[in-house]
Design a protein around this ligand. Structure first.
Ligand SMILES: [Zn+2]
Length: 254
């Protein structure tokens, strides 16, 4: 038997397929307003574009952005796109608005919100659906939360979440009680990351800084690789069967 060593380099580079979805971007659904009067849909789009670019540059990922403009496909269409893409992970990017908020007047007459405290990230997952999928979401959300915490991001304590989300056993992970479509409907593992508390001025300013975005992307990449790289390589081992006439010659059985 001729050992097909030429296949090996193909396996090492097998990319993890990630869909990044910037939340909102729908008529009448723009999300909250931050302490700086920015719309959530615009802030999370900037974060999503930055993260996607960094992951693509990393080389270990293939990234699909579910939303690239202010107006975007419906959430159902984004789910379809993620499934067609064969996503290993679907990551929704949002920011939160939590606790007692004080209205602030924005320059254009809209009302923004300011509220100190309640800071930190939250990773949301659903426990609805098939067991295997629920388990994958749990692993994905916990891996992301652990890596974010390990990179110095503070985890939200969930003080204002009762009725909406239940705390998971991993700090910073919460289980959805609202039945959010992007968490329960996709047949690929999906989570939502509430990156920070948008009414908290300190966090709002920090998330404008490139070093915050870089640290976030690095933590996310590490979490995805830890969880998915062995499986991706396993999958491609099955897929990369040499076609006849390729450079890899297999001998006939005796
Ligand atoms: Zn949101």
């Amino acid at each position: 038997v001729i050992v097909p060593i030429l296949i090996v380099p193909l396996l090492v580079g097998a990319p993890i397929r990630v869909v990044i979805d910037a939340g909102h971007g729908l008529p009448g659904n723009e999300g909250t307003l931050t302490a700086l009067c920015d719309k959530e849909q615009d802030v999370v789009l900037r974060i999503a574009l930055d993260v996607a670019a960094r992951l693509e540059q990393d080389g270990r990922f293939r990234v699909l952005l579910a939303r690239t403009a202010t107006r975007a496909p419906s959430y159902a269409r984004r789910v379809d796109a993620a499934e067609r893409f064969g996503a290993d992970a679907l990551i929704g990017i949002h920011l939160d608005s939590r606790g007692a908020l004080e209205p602030i007047a924005c320059a254009d007459g809209r009302v923004g919100y300011h509220g100190e405290g309640h800071a930190g990230f939250a990773v949301l997952r659903s426990d609805q659906g098939q067991r295997a999928l629920v388990d994958r979401r749990a692993q994905l959300s916990r891996s992301i939360a652990r890596h974010l915490a390990g990179s110095g991001f503070a985890a939200y304590d969930g003080e204002d979440y009762p009725g909406l989300y239940w705390p998971d056993r991993t700090t910073g992970v919460f289980v959805d009680r609202r039945g959010l479509l992007m968490l329960r409907a996709p047949r690929v593992p999906s989570v939502i990351i509430e990156t920070h508390h948008g009414a908290n001025m300190k966090e709002t300013l920090a998330w404008r800084e490139p070093r915050t975005l870089a640290a976030f992307s690095e933590a996310l990449a590490a979490a995805l690789v830890e969880l998915l790289q062995p499986e991706v390589m396993g999958r491609d081992t099955r897929n990369v069967v040499p076609a006849s006439g390729s450079e890899v010659k297999l001998s006939s059985p005796p």
